[in-house]
Design a protein around this ligand. Structure first.
Ligand code: LMR
Length: 391
């Protein structure tokens, strides 16, 4: 039976991790998968997480089962950061823990499908795993251009996609730090998007995987909040893997916005059933550590400070790239005002291979770079290499 299966190529982003590890050049540069790196090139465990983990070891009394919704203390503690001071929007939001942001996106799409979703609209390029999830769930989707030719977010394209949608269609939006372009909608664009969603009734799914890595925790939630304030229903997929540095611990959450009472309860019970049939219960450890941080003002302050330092370092790298102006045929100046870990360079697949083989610089075939992989020690080498392969 198994012989009928077609071989699948490994996920291209994850394959880069192995390729990079196998390269023994000491000055290799990893700009591939989206993990934060310090100026020394490390991805350390947050100090606040270490403190929370110690507390967890000392105080956790049981590892008995929780339930498909996971650690509800964690889910609730995150809500004011995502949704603001009226964290349940008047009792209209309910959430559950998921295995990472990917678990949340998958649950969001599967639940929307169960409720009748026929087609999703999504700006491209996007995180490649979005389309892989849609394909795996057999969901039709339609791309629109995320970015305009001038390097800003393409408002006309997203509005046209929203207005073109028929009944039972949805749209997937990135809350902040757009992956892979780093190009986010402006507050005015978010308002217009929210208005169009409200007018047409298209179902919004908002993926928030990088809150705090762009302009700040509050600033990075503003677009999402402005849409939610206008619509009756939405799904939100959330990841703590980047803003708490929990990558391999898989810490995510899924939230449902619906009219309160019956509708919210029905939707939540279906999310629970889907989670039970998929992973039964999410892994506990990382979410429990995040809950401990968010319940303790001193640990919260430490976490926010560590997040500020990450953002400051990425902004420093971005400023340095923008200052360089051009490298060969590549204009680096737009990187200065883009957000988060990622930006796209206008390089060909062949140039990406040349960067890897000749210069030991690893980046996604799409031209996406993780700016956090650049340090004050390797940034000049990177700029020179871009000039070399594109000049
Ligand atoms: C990325 O885009 O590099 C990250 O979101 C990691 C992943 O799972 O792909």
């Amino acid at each position: 039976m198994l012989d009928r299966l077609e071989p699948q190529s490994p996920d291209a982003l994850l394959a880069l991790i192995k390729l990079h590890a196998a390269d023994d050049r000491p000055d290799k540069v990893d700009l591939g998968v989206g993990v934060y790196r310090t100026g020394q090139g490390d991805t350390p465990v947050f100090g606040a997480i270490k403190a929370a983990e110690r507390l967890l070891v000392d105080t956790q009394e049981s590892k008995s089962y929780l339930g498909p919704e996971g650690d509800i203390g964690f889910v609730n503690a995150l809500m004011p950061y995502i949704f603001g001071s009226d964290a349940t929007m008047g009792g209209r939001i309910a959430g559950m823990q998921t295995p990472g942001g990917t678990g949340a996106v998958r649950l969001a799409v599967a639940l929307a499908q169960k409720a009748g979703l026929k087609k999703l609209h999504m700006g491209t390029p996007s995180w490649p795993n979005h389309a892989q999830i849609f394909a795996d769930l057999d969901l039709e989707w339609a791309p629109f251009d995320h970015a305009a030719a001038d390097g800003t977010a393409n408002l006309d394209a997203v509005l046209a996609a929203i207005r073109s949608a028929g009944p039972d269609e949805g749209i997937l939006l990135h809350a902040c730090c757009h992956n892979p372009t780093g190009i986010d909608y402006t507050p005015e664009q978010w308002e217009a998007i929210g208005d169009a969603i409200a007018e047409t009734g298209i179902f919004p799914i908002i993926d928030s995987a990088y809150q705090g890595l762009g302009n700040g925790m509050e600033e990075d939630a503003a677009g999402l909040r402005s849409v939610l304030a206008k619509v009756p229903e939405a799904f939100i997929a959330y990841s703590c893997d980047k803003n708490f540095g929990m990558y391999r611990d898989r810490v995510g959450a899924f939230y449902i916005l619906a009219d309160g009472g019956d509708t919210l309860d029905k939707a939540f019970s279906n999310a629970n059933a889907l989670a039970r049939a998929s992973w039964s219960m999410p892994p506990d450890h990382g979410a429990a550590a995040v809950r401990l941080i968010l319940r303790d003002p001193a640990m919260t302050a430490q976490w926010l400070d560590e997040l500020d330092q990450m953002r400051a370092r990425m902004n420093q790298v971005r400023a340095r790239l923008a200052e360089a102006g051009t490298a060969g045929s590549v204009d680096l100046t737009p990187l200065g005002h883009q957000n988060g870990l990622f930006s796209m360079l206008p390089v060909t697949k062949e140039q990406v291979v040349e960067l890897r083989e000749k210069h030991g610089i690893y980046m996604a075939g799409s031209g996406r770079i993780n700016v956090a992989g650049l340090t004050m020690d390797n940034i000049d080498k990177f700029i020179a290499a871009i000039a070399d392969v594109t000049g």
